[in-house]
Write a protein that binds this ligand. Structure first.
Ligand SMILES: [Zn+2]
Length: 294
């Protein structure tokens, strides 16, 4: 009788174990889907999902970044867009020279006035939307934005995003062509609040080391505070140079980044602590190109 009872207990424990394992499996699947579904929410922090992250080699990261960039980069730019991209490349190269990681950084223009955003793919492939450039008044503002993106690469945020997504979507990490199918929105949705704050601080310092004025960051963040107040908080109708398309893009930008007022407060604190050179002269935003008529 004792033995029968013992067997029953063992079976019960085994059954409970199987039941719990099954439930956990379901819960994991739900969590993973929920995370993917929340892609548009900047508070989503896939990097907090407990998983062991193996750091891959720089060469492998560059290969993955190049593969993704070849899908996203627009090769069909007109003369003005090409000149704008060269301008972005020039500013980016000045920053990349001072990045911690020695990667082949590339800077691309996304010629879409509705894209009020910038993002960085693994390996140093940085993209900036025309819609975000349209808001810029000085080269120093562009340098702050590109510096922020360089720091997402420098601190492995972009690469870890690919690793997390590959795991969630059960994509074999060695299958480059499969990885390259990951949607571009993954990088446009921003990172955790901590990672965004880190990219802001380090990006601001990087822009200054590269010779730019920290006032660029303050000017841009002040403008974003006002734009958010007007078009998100008060829902004003866009007039003048700001199109409906740009305002929709802005709303997406605010969803994917921490509040501009918080970013501004942090930038002011970093400038004060590091004694960053506020007296440095701002460089005008200046794209030059020739119009050839036939
Ligand atoms: Zn960011």
């Amino acid at each position: 009788m004792k033995r029968v009872f013992g067997l029953a207990v063992v079976l019960l424990i085994a059954g409970a174990g199987m039941y719990l394992a099954q439930r956990r499996k379901q819960a994991d699947a739900v969590t993973a889907n929920a995370v993917v579904d929340l892609a548009a929410d900047w508070q989503r922090d896939a990097s907090r999902i407990p998983m062991h992250m193996t750091r891959i080699s720089d060469a492998e990261e560059v290969r993955i970044g190049n593969e993704l960039a070849s899908r996203y980069a627009d090769r069909d730019l007109d003369a003005e867009q090409k000149a704008t991209e060269q301008y972005v490349e020039k500013i980016g190269a000045a920053l990349a020279a001072h990045a911690q990681r020695k990667l082949p950084f590339h800077f691309h223009l996304v010629p879409d006035r509705g894209l009020v955003n910038a993002f960085a793919l693994p390996g140093g492939q940085v993209f900036i939307g025309q819609g975000l450039l349209d808001l810029m008044r000085s080269e120093d503002e562009v340098a702050f934005v590109l510096g922020h993106e360089v720091e997402h690469v420098d601190h492995f945020h972009s690469m870890e995003r690919v690793q997390v997504e590959a795991r969630l979507r059960k994509v074999d990490f060695g299958a480059l062509s499969e990885l390259a199918q990951l949607p571009i929105t993954l990088w446009q949705t921003g990172y955790s609040k901590d990672e965004e704050a880190e990219a802001d601080r380090e990006g601001l310092r990087l822009a200054c080391v590269a010779g730019y004025s920290p006032r660029g960051a303050l000017d841009l963040l002040n403008r974003l505070v006002k734009l958010r107040q007007d078009f998100v908080v008060q829902s004003k109708t866009p007039t003048g140079e700001l199109s409906r398309l740009a305002v929709e893009g802005l709303e997406g930008y605010f969803r994917s980044h921490p509040l501009p007022s918080e970013r501004l407060t942090q930038a002011q604190a970093v400038i004060a602590e590091d004694h960053l050179p506020l007296d440095r002269t701002l460089r005008p935003f200046h794209v030059e190109y020739e119009i050839t008529s036939q």
